[in-house]
Design a protein around this ligand. Structure first.
Ligand SMILES: NC(=O)c1ccc[n+]([C@@H]2O[C@H](COP(=O)([O-])OP(=O)(O)OC[C@H]3O[C@@H](n4cnc5c(N)ncnc54)[C@H](O)[C@@H]3O)[C@@H](O)[C@H]2O)c1
Length: 323
């Protein structure tokens, strides 16, 4: 077997959090197709079952093990870890992929949503890294791959929308992963770490986050709808002719458009991530939008949160999606 993963993942063992849809599902499929045994967790059971069915239909060479586990709950993470340990004694690859979007404003949003978003996106990464360390340490070669975001180096979705919980968590994931590089080099040199920073990838993250955070447009309460009306009105848009039903339909259409109009698919993103791990790269930008934004932030950091910076990004066709 090769020293690291340059020849692929055949015969290795991987753990993928959030393997039910999106990039997590595609990581599971591509790893399993390559002959890697994969353990995946998620909180949405039917999506996880679909991932397993897809791997079977793909004729995967690797085995797939699944469990329901909420990455923001340490007891559930430890239960998942113990189940994986019974299945396979060591782990070579840990993909901390699960994430949700929410908790926009620290002033205007309720704290429950803020805390949940931060807990999934940050504590999910921390709990799983801690939990699976013993199995990673037992492996001959190991790699921790943590998914941050472009919001791990740019804490914004533009000047008209607050984005505090998600950005804080994704900055934490990026800092933690970069610090792991040296920690692993000093204390467990067979382990390496990579941080993934995707731009806009076509997934159901807006739909799934809505379901998980109790704001699925189809089921939103009148209070939730009127709060959204207020926010839109504050941006100067007249909402008087828009019915509640129109608002629900509009939000659902936006969530679907996020998935359907993206420049990079979830499958393409998973391939970019796995190819970068094979090349042993620690810094994985996914998508031309992520690369362009990274370049712009480095060139003019002081301007990053000005309306003009965002206007120029949009003019370059980056983050044209307004959801
Ligand atoms: N889609 C994008 O444009 C984009 C951009 C940058 C970063 N990301 C990040 O990429 C990662 C994957 O997201 P995606 O776009 O594939 O979204 P997705 O919603 O398709 O996949 C995320 C998966 O995580 C699961 N999940 C959510 N909360 C969980 C929890 N508490 N415990 C276990 N599983 C949970 C969801 O059910 C879902 O199956 C996330 O960390 C996200 O923040 C996505």
């Amino acid at each position: 077997m090769s020293n690291r993963f340059e020849n692929g993942f055949n015969g290795r063992v991987a753990v993928v959090t959030g393997g039910g849809t999106g990039m997590g599902r595609e990581l599971v499929r591509q790893l399993a197709a390559d002959g890697c045994d994969v353990a995946a967790c998620d909180v949405i059971a039917e999506n996880l079952a679909d991932t397993v069915a897809m791997c079977a239909a793909d004729g995967s060479r690797g085995e797939v093990f699944t469990a329901i586990a909420d990455v923001s709950d340490e007891a559930q993470v430890l239960e998942f870890r113990d189940a994986v340990a019974k299945w396979r004694p060591h782990v070579n690859l840990l993909f901390n992929n699960a994430g949700i979007g929410g908790g926009g404003s620290i002033i205007d949003n309720d704290r429950t949503e803020w805390d949940k978003t931060f807990a999934v996106c940050w504590f999910g990464v921390y709990y799983n890294t801690l939990a699976f360390l013993p199995q990673l340490l037992k492996s001959d070669v190991g790699h921790v791959v943590n998914t941050s975001s472009v919001n791990g180096f740019w804490a914004s979705l533009g000047p008209d929308i607050s984005h505090t919980a998600y950005s804080s968590a994704k900055f934490a994931v990026k800092g933690f992963t970069e610090a792991l590089i040296t920690d692993f080099a000093l204390n467990a040199p067979h382990l390496h770490a990579s941080v993934v920073m995707p731009g806009h990838i076509g997934t159901s993250i807006v739909i799934n986050s809505g379901k998980i955070l109790g704001r699925d447009p189809k089921e939103m309460t009148e209070d939730q709808l009127s709060q959204i009306r207020e926010r839109i009105a504050r941006r100067g848009l007249d909402m008087s002719d828009v019915s509640d039903e129109d608002l629900r339909v509009g939000m659902q259409a936006q969530a679907e458009a996020f998935r359907d109009v993206a420049p990079v698919s979830a499958a393409q993103a998973a391939t970019v991530i796995l190819e970068a791990v094979k090349r042993d790269e620690w810094r994985i930008l996914v998508g031309a939008d992520a690369v362009a934004l990274d370049t712009m932030i480095r060139a003019e950091p002081e301007n990053a949160y000005t309306p003009d910076f965002f206007t120029r990004l949009r003019a370059d066709g980056i983050f044209g999606f307004t959801g």
